[in-house]
Design a protein around this ligand. Sequence first.
Ligand code: COI
Length: 356
Amino acid sequence: MEIRILPLPEEKKKQKFTDESQLSFGRLFTDRMFIAEWKAGQGWVDARIQPYGPFSLDPACLVLHYAQEIFEGLKAYKWEDGSIALFRPEINARRFNHSADRLCMPEVPEELFLQGIEELVRLEQEWIPTSPGTSLYIRPTMIAVEPVLGVKPSDHFYFYVILSPVGAYYAGGFNPVKIMVEDKYVRAVKGGTGEAKTGGNYASSLKAGLEAKKKGFDQVLWLDGLERRYIEEVGAMNMFFAYGNTVVTAPLDGSILNGVTRGSVISLADQLGFTVEERKISIDTIMADIGSGAITEAFGSGTAAVITPVGALCYKETTATIGGGGVGALTQKLYDTLTGIQTGHLPDTFGWVKKL
Ligand code: COI
């Protein structure tokens, strides 16, 4: 599809960051954005790259009332030789369309999804930070813009992509976070939207997150919605527990997100000689196994969170410290290997990197 490139007036150019160590997550956006529109009876039309800026939305439009919205997250890296690499963007394209199907939104052809991202990143490449732990975060999003109050799928959508130079997702950087196991609220149930990357899942997680923060925790670990017994995910991350040479994570059973980093971690751990088990595991077992020392490490995985060590888990009134509360050897190895592949410092034996 042809993408029109609209001019970027001098006065719309933003001040670039000067100190990459000050980059936080998702507060700064580049000069341009990509957008294409889908209209019933026409399909995808008017793909363009335009100056970054606000939309003018009708107050009645469907996304504002019934949350017909999906998004993705992926990253671009600038390698030492100046080339640009995306990490597994086609997996994000497929997951985006999986979410689109669940939310009754039109499929974005994989080619359009990738072409929009690639052209935008190419134009905005001066915004890609290069310090360790930094990257250009890419946020493809689709929203329903038909102005109507009846509950129905929209007949008009915006698919757009914005870019944000980022540092670590958690303010503490690559340091252990403390997680509270949520036993009052639930995130998702099988058959719901837990497997889709849709804003509503995140809006409904805010209350639990705030309550956990008040108690001194960084995020919550969700339990299954039915029995509140089996571990699921931490909103921004999938969770892994290491038992020596075995790594356990919750299975993809319809209520958790099929994380791109989760899949990469499973492949890397396997390649490193670890046994990976995707299976249901109860929180009682997890707490007992942390207590006995059988669980040696815990970490979360996500595009934004990369690999984040988990130093403590609190369930009901008990807080258990994992592996002495520090960064475990496997967690460190996975972080180093994954980021090494993403930044071109290690060979990409899986063919995950897409160079622009
Ligand atoms: C990502 O990791 O890309 C996400 O979308 C998680 C988000 C909560 C920051």
